[in-house]
Design a protein around this ligand. Structure first.
Ligand SMILES: [Zn+2]
Length: 327
């Protein structure tokens, strides 16, 4: 019988749910705005309601489990959320146990960055490689690492909080509370902040002239129209990302680095600058590591959450066929 899994991508803005088959195909999906101030019971009700909608159309006997991707930091070994900055009330909250109480099949819980890395590794741009770094560049910066053919989880399952590498002593304030993190310079939020500041002091740009707020897509549109400041801002962003990625490549020696998140919508414009920085600055043996776009787009985490179920299944001795199906 065809096995399917439910993937849940719990984010600060949206809760998304999907039915995913063993090949990583989305069979159906639902989403709604996260009630981020609603507290854990409300969030769990949202997850349950979206899942019930999806399950209404399928034979429950074919459902192998549910995988949940959640923002961190979460101790995924104990299943307890010590504190989730983007969701109120998740303080020392036993998230996995509470989820398990609401579903009759196995629940897997993973960090959003690691879940997305698993999605790209099993069903996306990184199929078949042994070593991969996934980096999402969006409101923040996060990621996950696959090393030697295994998911790198680290102590408490909290590995790969890539956005919080310190890159500038006493630098820009980061949402984590520290200063000078990679995220505080390379994220989409940091990019638009720079764009607003620089547009305000530049008389020869179209950016911000309409009086509307400047978003990332406006900068890329202006750049395509030949705006010099917009192009300079993007080149600078590519260099910042290149600097962070070069450190990651030196540490983990991946076969590839997969870039996802909102800014990867403009991957084609950013990639040459990132790759040029790496070619110039990385040590000789690392210069040829490719930066590739996430193949699953904005669904890396959603499909990765479902893939958790199949990975958990595949280590069971009674389910060897799933291993071949996955890898
Ligand atoms: Zn930080």
């Amino acid at each position: 019988m065809q096995q399917i899994a439910i993937g849940i991508d719990l984010g600060g803005t949206q809760v998304r749910a999907a039915l995913v088959d063993e090949k990583g195909s989305l069979i159906a999906r639902r989403e709604e705005l996260t009630d981020a101030d609603g507290g854990p019971d409300r969030i769990l009700s949202q997850i349950r309601a979206l899942s019930d909608e999806l399950l209404a159309a399928v034979n429950p006997a074919g459902v192998a489990g549910i995988g949940v991707s959640a923002p961190g930091p979460i101790d995924t070994v104990s299943g307890i959320a010590t504190s989730i900055p983007t969701l109120s009330g998740f303080v020392d909250f036993p998230l996995r146990a509470e989820l398990q109480q609401r579903f009759p099949f196995p629940v897997s819980l993973e960090h959003d960055g690691i879940a997305a890395a698993i999605g790209e590794w099993t069903f996306g741009a990184g199929r078949g490689v042994e070593n991969l770094i996934y980096v999402t560049v969006s409101t923040g910066i996060g990621g996950g690492v696959i090393a030697d053919g295994r998911v790198l989880r680290g102590r408490k399952g909290m590995a790969a909080h890539i956005g919080h590498m310190s890159v500038v002593p006493d630098g820009e304030l980061c949402p984590c509370g520290n200063r000078g993190c990679f995220e505080a310079y390379g994220s989409g939020t940091a990019f638009t902040r720079r764009a607003r500041a620089r547009a305000a002091e530049c008389s020869e740009t179209t950016l911000g002239r309409s009086g509307d707020d400047i978003h990332s897509r406006d900068v890329f549109a202006a750049a395509r129209a030949g705006d010099a400041l917009a192009n300079a801002l993007i080149d600078e962003e590519a260099e910042i990302l290149g600097r962070g990625f070069t450190s990651l490549i030196h540490i983990f020696s991946p076969d590839m680095l997969v870039m996802g998140g909102g800014l990867s919508n403009e991957f084609d414009r950013l990639q040459p600058g990132i790759q040029a920085y790496i070619a110039q600055r990385a040590m000789p043996g690392f210069k040829d590591v490719r930066i590739v776009r996430a193949a699953l787009g904005q669904n890396s985490g959603l499909i990765g959450a479902a893939a958790l179920v199949f990975l958990a299944e595949s280590v069971r001795p009674d389910a060897p066929s799933l291993v071949a199906g996955l890898r």
